[in-house]
Design a protein around this ligand. Sequence first.
Ligand code: FMN
Length: 200
Amino acid sequence: MEMFEEGKVYELLLVTKSNVTPVGVVKKGNKFHFKLFEGKSAKDIREHPYGVLHITWDVDILVRTALNLPCELEWEDSKTIPLKKIKNLPNIEGKIEFQEDLIKDSLGEARILRCSLIPSRIEVFPVSNPPLSRADFYLLEMAINLTRLYVATRKLNVKEAQNIYSKIWVEYRTYKRLGGKNKLAEKIMGFATAALRWNP
Ligand SMILES: Cc1cc2nc3c(=O)[nH]c(=O)nc-3n(C[C@H](O)[C@H](O)[C@H](O)COP(=O)(O)O)c2cc1C
């Protein structure tokens, strides 16, 4: 638990009954808090309120799971809750308490699920990692902004969609300048262009 600074947002992988997705998680006291926008994970938690939070430094997995792209993962049973979890990744198992809420941001009003995971088992072993690269953060930002672009185009918010698209383009250029080689960058640029062209 000491590796988590109180109040800092960490990008973790949330495993629920039928889904894996990245979430921004904040530790407060002995609980882990996160917000979920409408989607498969929120639906899963309403039906089966258990989750596993995994720590990964693998941007490829974070981006693929955010965009529902194919991702090769190995699974095993959790020890304290009725749920599968990803094999060989540091993890926190627990029951999830949740509350429905409405929030307002630049994309308008959205229904969210405020969740707290109460740990029943923590398995955080030392892992040797390649050093993080600044390029990877730009790839992550591109993925986050693409999920926001989908919301803007779904709401027919053309101005916000164009604004988000411009950000993704600038992030793409920076990613390439920093030596980023993952083909997901081109894929995201393609998805973003298609979203802007076909939706608004
Ligand atoms: C690094 C990263 C962090 C994210 N954090 C959140 C989050 O805290 N809450 C959320 O609802 N979506 C978050 N997203 C977006 C979701 O991954 C994306 O919307 C996903 O498709 C959720 O829908 P699902 O539950 O149907 O899979 C994040 C995406 C990325 C790339």
